[in-house]
Design a protein around this ligand. Sequence first.
Ligand code: HPA
Length: 245
Amino acid sequence: MLAIIGGRGLTELANLKITHRQVMRTPFGEPSCAFLFGTLNEHEVIFLARHGYGYTIPPHLVNYRANLWALREQGVNEVISVTTVGGIRGDLTPGLLVVPDQVIDYTHGRDCTFFNSRNTSYKNIDFTQPYDAVMRARILHSARQVQQPCLDGGTYAATQGPRLDSVAEVNRYERDGADMVGMTGMPEAALARELDMAYASIAVVVNYAAGRGDSQFAINMESVNATARSAMVRVRTILERVCTD
Ligand code: HPA
């Protein structure tokens, strides 16, 4: 069973035929909102709006553990996360879609593991390749099939937010090897791995990161939202195809 976790610009999936919605509870609290169960191109999927339907939950307050735990409980073993990012690398311009292959975690204070007790056994998950290779290939293949350009690979810097970055911070991420910056990629990817779910991400570049391109002095949130909205039309086309392949 496939789940899609949507972010900015994707709080609903217009092409999803909804069969029912359900409020979930977990030992870690409640997910961001009710799960939408439905079909995309005749394939069963669950859709979850990461920030809630009203887009009210900031990235550092998303209950990532509850989201993934509840999905797992519903039999989900594949997750496609849709996130928005600022482009650091020169060719990552607003509107571009990327399927990242690496991550650097700059977040702090988030509940980043299910192994949070001194009294139960734990495992050190392998995170050499943080995103599932098969799921990445599936997304890229589907994007080609529907003729939507989608870049293969890139390093995602996960920052704490909810504020955007300073120029010096973006310069540091770049020195560290990051190509794009967003706020929700972690701990989501690691938690999915802890639950043995195949997880990959479609990152939508919605702005130049601070100090890059036209973001020398400020990032225009109106244009961020407009870029996100229009890019999500293309993301939906890819997701529909992923379900068919
Ligand atoms: N920085 C951090 N997170 C983001 C950005 C950004 O520029 N754009 C979208 N999410």
